[in-house]
Write a protein that binds this ligand. Structure first.
Ligand SMILES: [Mn+2]
Length: 333
């Protein structure tokens, strides 16, 4: 089944209620990245879903998940495993990404020494490498102004030492203790795997690795809360008649069974997913808006993927500016 023209893609999921995301990634990639072969490392999944996956021509179902790590901490070890097996390059793709168009045309010109990842959304607190490197006691030799989002990574065998160091840091007791705490309690440099990766790539030891980050808002829509995908980027893309090739449903998933926030009902993810859901008869309770206000916005913007959620994004941005203003005023007084 494996041939030289395949691009090997590592896909991992251990939450049964996220299998829908796995399926939508596989279906959208078959259309937009026909050379991608997914090595699907699945844990805790129903047999029915495993059967569905193993019937897909672009999937190799992998039963053996050798790493003791769980959740997103599996990234470096599974990437190392696939590098050994295939000789590289290997792509990591989060299961909450859907492809709206081809992404390989953005990265295929890069040489194999280049480490590819994506930029985190813009408004996050204390972005970039400075505080993260400091947290890990690393000398920051290269300043990264945005934090890395590790939802899509491309590596090659030359990046093994970095993957080893990343893997080791994710097994560090301090990191593991922090992971057991809630988000709000975790120090910045221990939030998740990507904060560790940001620190490492800025450090003296790895600052020499050429880095290419897919651009937030243009190459990837980081759909975190209402305005991770910003008002400006939504407008710009809509005017240009395009959607970012990668749509990342960060945080709460749009297909969740419980009550969904308005911004989840209006996410570009749902609009890109719709044709696949219908064609494959997947669960569709989540595709359309059910909130009356969200329904109005859907109609108002003709269900355009970038624009449906622009009003909640605008409201949230205003709120953020207002909160920051009060913070600044408090400091000045
Ligand atoms: Mn993700």
């Amino acid at each position: 089944m494996i041939n030289m023209s395949h691009t090997h893609v590592c896909l991992f999921e251990d939450r049964q209620d996220c299998i829908l995301g796995v399926k939508l990634l596989v279906l959208s990639a078959r259309r937009h990245e026909p050379q991608w072969l997914f090595h699907a490392f699945m844990r805790n999944m129903n047999q029915e879903d495993l059967d569905w996956l193993s019937n897909q021509p672009n999937v190799m179902l992998r039963k053996e998940v050798s790493t003791p790590q769980t959740g997103w901490s599996v990234k470096p070890s599974l990437l190392k495993q696939l590098l050994s097996e295939t000789g590289g390059p290997v792509i990591w793709c989060d299961s909450d990404i859907i492809l709206a168009s081809s992404v390989s045309k953005l990265i295929e010109h890069l040489s194999e020494e280049v480490f590819v990842a994506t930029e985190e959304y813009g408004w996050g607190r204390s972005k970039g490498s400075r505080l993260r490197a400091a947290g890990w006691n690393l000398t920051e030799s290269r300043r990264l102004t945005s934090t890395i989002n590790s939802c899509l990574i491309k590596v090659n065998v030359c990046h093994r030492p970095l993957l080893d160091a990343w893997d080791e840091s994710l097994m560090d007791p301090t990191y593991r203790q922090a992971q057991a705490q809630s988000w709000s309690q975790r120090p910045l440099h221990l939030m998740g795997d990507q904060d560790v990766l940001t620190a490492l790539l800025s450090s003296e030891r790895f600052a020499g690795i050429p880095l290419f980050l897919l651009k937030d808002g243009r190459d990837i829509a980081q759909c975190f809360q209402e305005d991770g995908y910003t008002v400006q980027d939504r407008l710009r893309n809509a005017l240009m008649g395009r959607t970012p090739p990668l749509i990342h449903a960060q945080g709460g998933k749009p297909w969740t069974k419980g009550p969904r926030a308005v911004f989840q009902q209006l996410s570009p993810y749902n609009r890109i997913a719709a044709p696949y859901v219908k064609r494959e008869f997947l669960q569709d309770h989540w595709l359309k808006a059910d909130d009356p206000g969200a329904k109005v916005m859907e109609t108002l913007f003709f269900n355009e993927p970038n624009l449906c959620g622009i009003i909640p994004a605008f409201q949230r941005t205003l709120l953020r500016v207002w909160t920051n203003r009060s913070t600044i005023l408090r400091l000045v007084r």
